[in-house]
Design a protein around this ligand. Sequence first.
Ligand SMILES: [Ca+2]
Ligand SMILES: [Ca+2]
Length: 212
Amino acid sequence: MKIKILMVGVAFGVVAAANSQMFINGNFEVGNLGFWNIANTTNGATTVQNVIQFDIDGPGTRPTNYAAEFNVGQVNFAPGVPEGIELTQTLNLNAGWQYYFDFDWAAVGNPSFSNAEGGIFSLIVNGTAISTQAAGVINASQTLYGHVTGIFTPTTSGAYSIGARIERPFITTSNTPRQYVDNFAVTAIVPEPATMAALGLGVAAMLRRRRK
Ligand SMILES: [Ca+2]
Ligand SMILES: [Ca+2]
């Protein structure tokens, strides 16, 4: 029985070593939006599409460096319907693995005008939001910060479009707040050989107890 459990552990170890998928220019330190696909949503637009020096978490430990800058919203007013842009990359994922995605966001109020929504930030996989945070009401010149995390386990291996959707349920103008994103990251959560070995020892101990 012990020998069988050990073999399962070795098999998972081989799978874990094959992981190498990640975002390219996920921290925008290239200094531009290279490697990212940027598209408007159905009735969405951004009046700003830029990379600038920005402290994405303000008082947090992240330093000031390059971040992506937008000013998203609707083209034509549609009450209660968020619109904006999608910022994505194509990643190759393995069936059955658990992927942990995250990114930082900030919203900055217009210098002269408050707004009922600073920005709605979602992690998207093939166009579906798996996690969302909204800045909510933002005052003139106020900065709000956040961090979106999401977990996705594909049922089939292959290419997936992954990134952020940034929206507001109002028309975008020069008087509306700006949105910033940075530090897109992905971690594959797979059983480590050590974890499997520990699990195997636990099962072996349990079986020994059961025999007594
Ligand atoms: Ca950065
Ligand atoms: Ca900081």
